[in-house]
Design a protein around this ligand. Structure first.
Ligand code: UDP
Length: 399
């Protein structure tokens, strides 16, 4: 399936697995939107990202790959790898043909990296991987070795959004010289928290203006830790919690059901709202008194922590991984021990009960995040990496 726009002469071929709108996809979209004429995107499934790319004028092709790839997970061993990659020759050949007509292959997700990297090598085109996962103990030894070995063979440069990702790669045996840390970028003016939007969103959701409301903006999946947030809010009877996001991937529906069941228990009944996936998540953020990132595993980056800071909404996040790098403890947000509902409840109460403290955090956070994560600077740094491996590749084709 194809969508929109005229393809540039010898574009940069971007390969991403999913067309669902996760954080990696939103970051990719922001990165490419700076110079849409440069890129041509291949996705391995159909979904909302297709029209979002088309809206900003980026050429996109959906190229379904074999079924087995969906089942290749981070705990996978050799058997799963063989199942995943057998039957791959035909999509690989199609991808290699596209790579052959490109100046650079840029991959944005783990599975896309393997296939995109192979296609690049078959075509003799340079390749940049965006390493958006933390290769830590949650991965099988096989998956870590496979990733590092493949990176050595298939990629010329790797970009990691945090030191957490870069260090996970190096600790798994990857070369520190290959990887460069560049955070994801945001457009600060998009995240202005104004009283009008706050009131409008609260009215639409039937929330009183003085009600204490906290929220989590994330797909529903266990490692994102919504269950910890519910256990924390159960201790704070004056607080309502908004869960914004849906179960996007296989296996997450059961977790979502368990959250609904928990929300129906007496200590939470009537105080948990499941809003599903929202394209206006940024507006919903404005209606919150605090945004919570209760992950129980390391965020590779964690966009929501930045979005909260840019919006001037106090951010409370688990003291783990990417959040440790993107939040300055007690200066621009609060970091709390993971999987500890009592500590999380205490931090929420601190922010709600002390408006001067909350305002101080939020003000500093806005300035810090706008300076550090501005999309314009991030694009320049990322495009410079593309230029380093494929000189001239970010010059727009002549009209
Ligand atoms: N988000 C959204 N709608 C929702 C829930 C989340 O648009 O209903 C956005 C959220 O604002 C953030 C992204 O999805 O930009 C999630 O990114 P993050 O890096 O926090 O998590 P990931 O899913 O990539 O692990």
């Amino acid at each position: 399936m194809r969508s929109s726009a005229s393809a540039p002469v010898r574009p940069i071929l971007v390969v991403n697995q999913t067309a669902q709108m996760g954080g990696g996809e939103l970051s990719m979209l922001d990165l490419l939107a700076g110079r849409p004429g440069l890129f041509r995107v291949v996705l391995f499934d159909d979904g909302p990202l297709v029209s979002r790319l088309s809206d900003v004028g980026i050429d996109c092709e959906v190229m379904p790959v074999v079924e087995g790839l969906a089942h290749f997970r981070r705990k996978a061993g050799i058997g799963a790898a063989v199942r995943a990659f057998s039957g791959m020759p035909s999509p690989l050949m199609r991808l290699a043909a596209l790579a052959d007509r490109s100046r650079l292959v840029y991959t944005n997700s783990q599975k896309a990296a393997f296939l995109g990297g192979l296609a690049a090598r078959l075509s003799g085109v340079p390749c940049v991987w965006h390493q958006r996962t933390v290769l830590d103990s949650y991965y099988s030894g096989f998956a870590r070795i496979a990733t590092v070995t493949a990176s050595e063979l298939l990629c010329d440069r790797m970009i990691a959004p945090t030191r957490t990702c870069a260090e996970g790669y190096v600790a798994s045996g990857g070369s520190a010289d290959r990887v460069l840390v560049i955070p994801d970028g945001f457009d600060p003016p998009r995240f202005v928290r104004d009283a009008g939007t706050r009131m409008r969103v609260r009215t639409a959701l039937g929330l009183e203006s003085d009600r204490n409301v906290v929220g989590c903006l994330s797909r529903l999946t266990r490692w994102k830790g919504q269950h910890v947030l519910l256990d924390a809010v159960a201790r704070l009877p004056e607080v309502t919690v908004l869960l914004v996001g849906d179960a996007l991937f296989g296996g997450d529906a059961e977790y979502a059901d368990s959250l609904r069941e928990r929300a129906g228990q007496p200590d939470l009944r009537g105080r948990v709202r499941f809003l599903g996936h929202r394209d206006d998540a940024v507006d919903i953020l404005c209606a919150l008194d605090a945004v919570i990132v209760p992950s129980v595993e390391s965020e590779a980056f964690g966009r929501v922590a930045i979005e909260g800071q840019l919006s001037g909404v106090p951010v409370i996040a688990s003291d783990l991984g990417g959040s440790r790098e993107t939040i300055r403890q007690r200066e621009t947000g609060l970091l709390v021990p993971p999987e500890n509902p009592a500590a999380l409840a205490e931090a929420i109460a601190l922010v709600l009960d002390d408006p001067a403290f909350a305002d101080g955090l939020a003000g500093r956070a806005r300035r810090y995040a706008a300076e550090t994560f501005d999309i314009h600077g991030i694009r320049t740094r990322t495009y410079a990496v593309f230029e380093e491996v494929a000189p001239g590749c970010t010059e727009l084709p002549r009209e």
